[in-house]
Design a binder for this molecule. Structure first.
Ligand code: NAI
Ligand code: MG
Length: 332
C-alpha cells in the first residue's frame, strides 16, 4: 500500500487539503495516509514550524501532499526545510491554460523545471564592510542532475523540446558551467530538440510568444521568478500546482500560500491543490486516476456552475471539490 504524508499546514492549506482528501478517499486505490504538522499553528503548539516527526513521516512516505503554511519572519521555513532534508532537487511547475479561468492565453501547456538546491539560494550570504554579498553556487553535479531530470521528464511525457535558460553572457563562469552541462546531457537524448535563451529574453518571450516553450530548465532564482510569471499567464495562484522531486521522495503542493485574507470562509479555490494531487498520482504511477482527476476538474471549470468566487462563481471549496468528485464518477 502506498504511504502518503498529509501536511495541511495553516489557513486555506487546511481547506484545500480537505478537498484533496475528499477526492483521494473516493478513488479505487488503497492509500495509507499519515497526517503531519507544519507551519505557524504547529509552532504555537510545539515550538517549531517543522517537527522532526514530520520530516521522518515525509521521508518514509512514497509521497507527501502539502497544503500551505503561514510563514512568520524569523521562523524557520517549513517547506524549505522539507525540500532540503528530503533533497528535493527539482521543482516542477506546469504552466497550463484551463477553461473558465482568467488565463491571458488559452493555448499554453509547458513546464518549468527549476533547480531547487543551489544557485543564488545557496544560503551563503553575509554582510561585508560595504554592504552584503551572496554566493551563486553552480556545481556540475547539480546541473547535470537537473538537466537529466528535465530531459527524462520530456521523454516520459511526450514533450519534444527542452530549453535551457541562463545568463551566460554576463555570468560567464557559473552559467557557463550550466550551459555546457546542459548540452553535454542533451547528447544523451538525441530525440529531444534543444535550445537556450538568456533569462531576460525569456522573460519577454513568456509574454509575447509563450507558445514556443515546452520544457524549460533553469537555475534556482531564475526558475523562481519565471515560474511566477508563468502563473500570471494562466490565471494566477488559485490555479497553479507544483511538485518538488528528489531521488527517493516527492512533495506536491499548490503554489499559493495560506491566504489569510480569505482563510476560514471555506471559499478558497481547490484547483491548484487538486492539480498538485493529480501530479502526485502520476508520480505514484496512477496515471489513469491522475488524468481522470484533471479531466474532471476541467469539466467543472468549463461548466462554471460549481466554482469558487475567484473564478466568478459562488460555490464553497467543498462544493467545488464535490462537483469534481462526481465528474470522476461519471468517467467510470
Ligand atoms: P497567498 O498565496 O497566500 O495569497 C495571495 C493572494 O491570492 C491572496 O489574495 C489570496 O486570497 C489569493 N489566494 C491564494 N490562494 C488562493 C486560493 N486557493 N483560492 C483563492 N484565492 C487564493 O500569498 P500571501 O498573501 O503573500 O501570503 C500569505 C501567507 O502564506 C504568508 O505567511 C506567506 O509567507 C505564506 N506563503 C506560504 C507558501 C507555502 O506554504 N508554500 C507560499 C507562499 C506564501
Ligand atoms: Mg516563488
Amino acid at each position: 500500500m502506498k504511504k502518503i504524508a498529509i501536511i495541511p499546514g495553516d489557513g486555506v492549506g487546511k481547506e484545500v487539503m480537505r478537498a484533496a482528501l475528499l477526492i483521494l478517499d473516493d478513488l479505487d486505490i488503497n492509500f495509507d495516509f499519515t497526517p503531519a504538522m507544519a507551519g505557524h499553528e504547529c509552532f504555537e503548539k510545539t515550538g517549531t514550524t517543522i517537527p522532526e516527526e514530520t520530516i521522518k513521516i515525509a521521508r518514509k512516505s512514497d509521497a507527501a501532499l502539502f497544503g500551505a503554511v503561514t510563514t512568520v519572519p524569523g521562523q524557520k521555513s517549513a517547506i524549505i526545510t522539507l525540500r532540503k532534508e528530503l533533497d528535493l532537487f527539482a521543482n516542477l511547475r506546469p504552466v497550463k491554460s484551463y477553461p473558465g479561468t482568467k488565463s491571458i492565453f488559452s493555448d499554453l501547456d509547458f513546464v518549468i523545471v527549476r533547480e531547487n538546491t543551489e544557485g543564488l539560494y545557496s544560503g551563503q550570504e553575509e554582510y561585508t564592510p560595504h554592504g552584503a554579498q551572496a554566493q551563486r553556487v553552480i556545481t556540475k553535479k547539480a546541473s547535470r542532475r537537473i538537466c537529466r531530470f528535465a530531459f527524462d521528464y520530456a521523454l516520459r511525457n511526450g514533450r519534444k523540446k527542452v530549453t535551457a535558460v541562463h545568463k551566460a553572457n554576463v555570468l560567464k563562469k557559473t552559467d557557463g558551467v550550466f550551459k555546457q552541462v546542459f548540452y553535454e546531457v542533451a547528447q544523451e537524448y538525441p530525440d529531444i530538440s534543444t535550445e537556450d535563451y538568456y533569462v531576460d529574453a525569456t522573460a519577454m518571450y513568456l509574454v509575447t510568444k509563450p507558445q514556443i516553450f515546452d520544457v524549460v530548465v533553469t537555475s534556482n532564482l531564475f526558475g523562481d521568478i519565471l515560474s511566477d510569471e508563468g502563473a500570471g499567464l494562466v490565471g494566477g495562484l488559485g490555479m497553479v500546482p507544483s511538485a518538488n522531486i528528489g531521488d527517493s521522495n516527492g512533495l506536491f503542493e499548490p503554489v499559493h500560500g495560506s491566504a489569510p485574507d480569505i482563510a476560514g470562509q471555506g471559499i478558497s479555490n481547490p484547483s491548484a491543490m487538486l492539480l498538485s494531487t493529480s501530479m502526485m498520482l502520476k508520480y505514484l504511477d496512477e496515471d489513469e486516476y491522475a488524468e481522470k482527476l484533471e479531466n474532471a476538474l476541467i469539466d467543472v471549470l468549463k461548466e462554471g456552475k460549481y466554482v469558487t468566487p475567484d473564478l466568478g462563481g459562488t460555490s464553497k471549496t467543498m462544493e467545488m471539490a464535490e462537483a469534481v468528485r462526481m465528474k470522476i464518477k461519471d468517467q467510470n
